[in-house]
Design a protein. Structure first.
Length: 62
């Protein structure tokens, strides 16, 4: 999986909360944000929905 970098602007209070949360879960701040975003995407998809990348792979012949 390719990784992409981008600038994220958040308020100081949110930044501190995320930093503490990351520390509590033994993750870097970046790792925590990535984790939270992945979980949010999974919840948005809902049960039974196949992610776009996986649906493409299923239709390909080996």
């Amino acid at each position: 999986m390719a990784r992409k970098s981008f600038l994220l602007r958040i308020d100081e209070r949110t930044h501190q909360e995320l930093r503490q949360w990351a520390s509590d879960e033994l993750r870097s701040l970046n790792g925590q944000i990535e984790y939270l975003l992945r979980e949010a995407v999974k919840r948005r998809r809902g049960p039974g929905r196949i992610p776009r990348d996986e649906s493409r792979q299923e239709g390909q012949q080996e």
